[in-house]
Ligand binder design. Structure first.
Ligand code: CA2
Length: 171
């Protein structure tokens, strides 16, 4: 069974590869989406890859993810540093949230050093270029694999204790 990961992108990320390549590289958002889709297929994940310049739209997608997603990977763009509303929406999600920044925000202007999203994220990647998205997806797949292994271990433990109980009852 493949599980759904929402990959959300905030304002101006539609300009990726078209401006400021010295900061954000040459790949376009369409390239990033294609890479995520190829990797997701390899990892047996299903992805919803989206970008918006509107805060309400990102919040609505987080609300949708809250109902159906197994994880969220989010590059909130400039909203990272300003949006209490996005933080609140993410706080309402039970699934793990991974914050991705293409650039190393900590090496840039001081206003980029604070992230509202980091206050709620499970993990944060910054400065890995667009590869940060792949790293986040790989990590999500590993988390799911561990969860599945733990669940099957628990089931085996349960089965084992049931067999022991039945055996004890027979003696
Ligand atoms: O490094 C990142 O991924 C950021 O989230 C990108 C945001 C910035 O506000 C954050 O501080 C760090 C900006 C996204 C704008 O992307 C552009 C890409 C190409 C040209 C212009 C903007």
């Amino acid at each position: 069974m493949s599980r759904t990961v929402y990959v959300l992108n905030g304002p101006n990320l539609n300009l990726l590869g078209k401006r400021e390549p010295h900061i954000y590289g040459h790949e376009t958002l369409a390239d990033v989406e294609a890479q995520c889709r190829t990797l997701a297929a390899e990892l047996n994940l299903s992805i919803e890859f989206r970008q918006s310049n509107a805060e309400f739209q990102i919040i609505d997608w987080i609300h949708a993810a809250r109902e159906t997603a197994a994880a969220i990977v989010i590059n909130p763009g400039g909203f990272t540093h300003t949006s209490i509303a996005i933080m609140d929406a993410l706080n309402a999600c039970k699934c793990p949230v991974f914050e991705v920044h293409i650039s190393n925000v900590h090496r840039r202007e001081s206003f980029r050093h604070h992230s509202y999203v980091s206050l709620t994220a499970t993990g944060v990647m910054a400065g890995f270029g667009t590869h940060g998205y792949s790293l986040a997806l790989r990590h999500v797949a590993q988390l799911f694999a561990k969860e599945a292994a733990n669940a099957s271990g628990t089931n085996k433990d349960r089965q084992g204790s049931r067999v022991m109980k039945e055996a004890a009852e027979k003696t």
